[in-house]
Design a binder for this molecule. Structure first.
Ligand code: FUB
Length: 311
C-alpha cells in the first residue's frame, strides 16, 4: 500500500505543478498580454492588461488599458495608461476596451485593441510604453465590414513565426485566424476559422470560448484558449500556426470567476503562464487580478497542469 501511495504521489507531482497564487498588483486588472522587450533602457517584461480598476464593477466597461513593467518577473511596477480608446478616432470614446495584445517588429511596437466587442484596432509606437497613435484610419477587423469576422471579434493574440509570417488570432465562440502583412496593421488574406479536433464531446463547458493564444516550442505549435463560461484554460497542439490543432488537455482548471484569459511566454529557457483570478479583496468576475505561474512540460511535450494554491 505504501508503494502504491508513493507511486501515486509521484504521478501527482509529475502531472501537476502547484504554485502559490499571488496577484501581481494591488490594482484590479485582467487579460494579461506579457512580453519581453529590449529598448534603450535594456530588457524588461511589459505586461498590458484590461484595467478592471476603472470599470463600473458591474461590467467590463473600462475605456483604458494598463501597463506594468518588471525586470525580474517578481516585482511589477504600475506604468499607468499606455493608451485609451480615444487614440482611435473611429471609435466611440465610451467604447469598451477589452483584452489587449502587443507585438514588436522592425523597431516599432504594435498594440491590438478590441473595441466595443465588434472591432479590433491597431496602434503603433516607438516605445512599448507609448505614446501610441492609430496605425490606420479604420479598424483592422470590423464585424460590419469583414467577411467571416464572426459575431464577436475580440481577444486578439499575435504570433510571429520563425519565417517572419505574422498571424492574428481572435474571436469568441468561434476561433479565427488571419495572416498579417509585414506592416503588422493589415490583413494578408481572408479571415479563417481555426479547426480544433478532439474536443471532449458532450460537455458544452469544454467548447471553445475565448482568449485564443499561440506559442511555439520546438516544432510544436500550442494553441491555448479559455472554455466558456466559466473559463477553463485548455490547450491543443498542431504542426502549423494556422492549424488544425488537436485537443490535449487542461492547463488551468476553473477558478471562482466567470472568465479566464491566459498568455504563455518563454524567456531564458523558462516558461510562465499568465492568467487572471479573483485574488484581491473586493474582487469578482468584473474585478479580476492577474497572477503568474511557472509553466512546466513533460519530456514528451505535454503541459503540466498548473494548480494555484491560494495563500
Ligand atoms: O475583459 C473583458 C473580457 O473578459 C475579455 O475580452 C475576455 O477574454 C474575458 O477575459
Amino acid at each position: 500500500t505504501l508503494k502504491i501511495a508513493a507511486a501515486m504521489a509521484l504521478l501527482a507531482t509529475t502531472a501537476h505543478a502547484v504554485h502559490a497564487a499571488q496577484p501581481l498588483s494591488t490594482r484590479f486588472n485582467a487579460d494579461p498580454s506579457p512580453h519581453y522587450f529590449t529598448t534603450k533602457e535594456g530588457g524588461s517584461f511589459y505586461l498590458y492588461a484590461t484595467d478592471d480598476a476603472s470599470n463600473s464593477g458591474k461590467y467590463w466597461d473600462s475605456v483604458t488599458w494598463r501597463l506594468y513593467k518588471s525586470k525580474d518577473m517578481r516585482t511589477w511596477t504600475d506604468a499607468g495608461v499606455p493608451l485609451d480608446v480615444t487614440v482611435f478616432k473611429w471609435a466611440r470614446p465610451d467604447a469598451k476596451a477589452w483584452a489587449p495584445e502587443a507585438a514588436y517588429r522592425n523597431g516599432k511596437y504594435y498594440f491590438y485593441a478590441p473595441i466595443g466587442g465588434d472591432r479590433i484596432g491597431v496602434a503603433v509606437a516607438d516605445d512599448p510604453a507609448g505614446p501610441f497613435r492609430d496605425a490606420r484610419a479604420d479598424a483592422l477587423v470590423d464585424k460590419a465590414r469583414d467577411a467571416n469576422a464572426g459575431d464577436e471579434p475580440f481577444d486578439p493574440a499575435v504570433f510571429v513565426d520563425g519565417d517572419g509570417q505574422a498571424y492574428m488570432y481572435f474571436g469568441t465562440r468561434v476561433p479565427k485566424v488571419v495572416k498579417l502583412k509585414a506592416d503588422m496593421a493589415s490583413a494578408d488574406g481572408p479571415i479563417r476559422n481555426l479547426v480544433i479536433e478532439g474536443l471532449p464531446a458532450g460537455d458544452p463547458k469544454k467548447a471553445y470560448g475565448e482568449a485564443p493564444f499561440l506559442h511555439r516550442r520546438g516544432g510544436t505549435y500550442y494553441f491555448t484558449f479559455s472554455t466558456g463560461w466559466p473559463g477553463q484554460i485548455v490547450y491543443a497542439t498542431g504542426t502549423s500556426p494556422a492549424g488544425p490543432f488537436t485537443y490535449r488537455g487542461v492547463v488551468l482548471d476553473y477558478l471562482k470567476i466567470s472568465t479566464n484569459h491566459q498568455a504563455i511566454i518563454e524567456h531564458e529557457g523558462r516558461s510562465w503562464l499568465f492568467y487572471h483570478d479573483n485574488l484581491l479583496p473586493g474582487g469578482g468576475s468584473h474585478r479580476r487580478s492577474i497572477a503568474i505561474a511557472p509553466l512546466e512540460y513533460e519530456a514528451d511535450g505535454r503541459i503540466r497542469q498548473v494548480v494555484p494554491d491560494p495563500v
